[in-house]
Design a protein around this ligand. Sequence first.
Ligand code: NAG
Length: 336
Amino acid sequence: MATAAVLLLLLVGVADALDTIAGGSCHAADDMQEVAAAAAAAAAAAAAAAAANDPWQELVSWLTHHGAQVNVAVHNTGSTAGRLLLASQDTQQGDLLASIPLDMAFSQVAHGGNASMEVAAAALWAMMSDPANPMQPYFASLPKRHELLCPLVQLPQEYLPLLQSEYVAATVQVVQGRISSFWDSHKSVLQQQIPGMTLEDLKYARSLMVTRFIGFPNQGRFMIPLIDLANHQQDCPHRLSVGPCPSSSSSSSSSIRQCALWRAGAALSEGEEVCFFYKSMFNDKSMLQYGFLQSGAIADQLHGLDRHDFKSNPGMSEAQSQLPPPFKGVSSNMLF
Ligand SMILES: *[C@@H]1O[C@H](CO)[C@@H](O)[C@H](O)[C@H]1NC(C)=O
């Protein structure tokens, strides 16, 4: 039967992705041995950071000892505004804020088998659940589930009428429906591979991806350590691209390590907050996807849903390259 065949294909897809994880971990473990010397040198710093119970300093040590360059500092504002990034020195336009090797990031293609978001979320949770996974210093820097707001994935169905929009309610139901039907179909395979896994674990991993995935043309989406601690700003001038890591030796072009290169689009003073441009979005979208309202000029604009040029975008997956012009009408223009 067609449905059985589709299900089988899906299960094979899940198994492949989970194999990819196992393979990825082993390969990364080999890399870890090669850099054992550097790791030993880092041990003192890491231990000090761990003693201070500060996973973000440990994250920076882990990154820099494996080839990243970091010219920003993590600042923890406490429970009010969480973590943010500050310039660690005076910075000129064009200077490198950070370069993070892409092999230190979670990759939808490499780890998730370039399959669905749900397969990627299962793969992410499998890696997070493995204490031996070399990406643990990154996972320790992620928000805990009670700290993570992602209404698109987490909003309880009984609250949907509060959205006061059939369109948004339907969007939430599509996204949440994909997650729960994936879970219903693959629960037993997943629980065999990842003992104790629950639907809540899958939703948590999916929320981490919804709030953190950054896409690059032809490379798929990544969760990039450190850079995902920067706060969004609609007019943020700093930009991220992919290219050879600045420190990489160029013995053969095929082996050049690729990095996420984050450059300042404007001068920054030491201690100034370093923003990040997630994507163009009005406040209704930022609230639904990330759980925050934006400040600045965008806060004075109508929500996307209230605009005459609103285009329905089921799944909320498309990023607009720029926002449409502000609505400038006044009440005296109205016909009634
Ligand atoms: C991932 O899959 C999409 C289609 O589903 C394809 O267009 C893309 O090239 C794939 N990416 C990689 C890096 O394999």
